[in-house]
Design a protein around this ligand. Structure first.
Ligand SMILES: Cc1ncc(COP(=O)(O)O)c(C=O)c1O
Length: 394
């Protein structure tokens, strides 16, 4: 008996679809209807008083529901609109002055983060990109060798979005700290599917969003800053929410708080901060170890089933190196993905990865085999062909 299946009732879309896309957008908990109503009620009935009745603190207080999922303590997280912006806040704490102006990253990093750091070259950043060794991973030794005395920042995903490969964060952090560099760990594809403890890792910064494995919807990204750095660093991307006395409306330079509010700037994204809470509460109740155990079982079934059909798997076979997604490169993967979507089997396609299949704790284990069997049938009956004309992707 799979205890975790009791949570299915909380996610309406699971009744209508085979939902295998939690690496992209986790299913919406039905509780979101209630929290959105609570938001509307507070605005409608309390009006401007809502700010002092909780809204003002939400960009830090709601972070306490994320903290246990990444191994942080209450008060250690500030919430932003997306991960790209968290990178902007962090990098605004530094200047890219020679000689310590190097940013080291891998080309398997999520593209938005690459775009952001390449633009920082205008501020003096020197960006070194370590190439992928294959479709799954990069060469750790090459990355470690690139991190030297001139390195300022190392933005790195704990789980690579294309292949679901789990990066050796400990080795990278150790090397970076030995030469005085800072590591920004992007836990987007990790939190909610593998255990993670940012404090025991000793990482400088951890960031991620809640819309995937945490089922929190779009518009909320977390930023953790290590305790000893928190008051020491000073973001230049700042604003009145970070001020010690925002309602004094003092002019001139900011007198910034020393806690996590220090990393905030303008008016927070209140509706998204309401919407994200039911998912976070459920994830905390389910527990990361139960999720991970089931995830390993389901991804193993997917890998076995894909290989037995002769398809390439762009995800590590070793469960210790693999997070929640299996990237399956079958023939005509893009078109097969389109036909799966037409059949209410929700997955996605990424170039150089293939069809990404991402079961979560609320999936039935049989849905893994069902998805693969449908892919096989789509290929056998040439049902993929009707999507071939519309191919415009790179
Ligand atoms: C590892 C990783 N980082 C960042 C992002 C996206 O960042 P943002 O919140 O800026 O859209 C994604 C995916 O959407 C991702 O998988």
């Amino acid at each position: 008996m799979d205890e975790l299946l009791k949570w299915r009732a909380e996610f309406p879309i699971l009744e209508r679809t085979t939902y295998m896309i939690s690496n992209s957008l986790g299913a919406m908990p039905r509780g979101v209807y209630d929290t959105m109503r609570a938001y509307a009620d507070s605005w409608a009935e309390r009006g401007v008083r809502a700010w002092e009745e909780g809204w003002w603190e939400m960009a830090v207080s709601v972070g306490d529901k994320i903290a246990p999922l990444i191994g942080a303590e209450p008060g250690e997280i500030s919430l932003h609109q997306n991960v790209t912006l968290t990178q902007a806040v962090i990098s605004s704490c530094f200047d890219f002055q020679e000689p310590r102006n190097k940013v080291v990253m891998v080309d398997l990093e999520f593209p938005s983060i690459q775009y952001f750091y390449h633009e920082q070259r205008r501020r003096g950043a020197c960006v070194e990109v370590v190439p992928a060794a294959d479709a799954i991973r990069f060469d750790l030794e090459k990355l470690l060798a690139a991190i030297d005395e001139n390195t300022l920042l190392v933005p790195i995903s704990l789980v690579l979005f294309r292949s679901s490969y789990i990066v050796n964060a400990r080795a990278i952090i150790e090397r970076a700290h030995r030469v005085g560099a800072h590591v920004i760990l992007d836990a987007f594809q990790a939190a909610g599917t593998i255990p993670l403890n940012v404090r025991s890792l000793g990482v400088d910064f951890a960031v991620g969003g809640v819309l995937k494995w945490l089922c929190g919807g779009p518009g909320v990204a977390y930023l953790y800053v290590r305790e000893d750095l928190r008051a020491k660093l000073r973001p230049s991307l700042t604003g009145w929410i970070a001020h010690r006395r925002p309602f004094a409306f003092e002019t001139g330079a900011i007198d910034a708080r020393e806690d996590s509010f220090r990393y905030l700037n303008g008016t927070p994204h209140i509706p998204a901060l309401f919407a994200c809470q039911p998912g976070l509460e459920i994830l905390n109740q389910v527990g990361i170890h139960a999720i991970r155990e089931k995830s390993i079982r389901m991804t193993a079934r997917l890998i076995e089933g894909a290989k037995s059909r002769g398809w390439t798997v762009n995800t590590p076979e070793n469960p210790a190196e693999r997070a929640g997604t299996v990237s399956v490169e079958c023939p005509h993967a893009y078109e097969v993905c389109q036909e799966l979507l037409a059949r209410e089997i929700l997955v996605d396609y990424r170039p150089k990865a293939g069809v990404r299949v991402s079961p979560h704790f609320y999936n039935r284990e049989e849905e893994c085999e069902f998805t693969l069997a449908q892919m096989e049938e789509i290929l056998k009956t040439d049902a993929w062909e009707k999507h071939a004309a519309a191919v415009t992707h790179a």
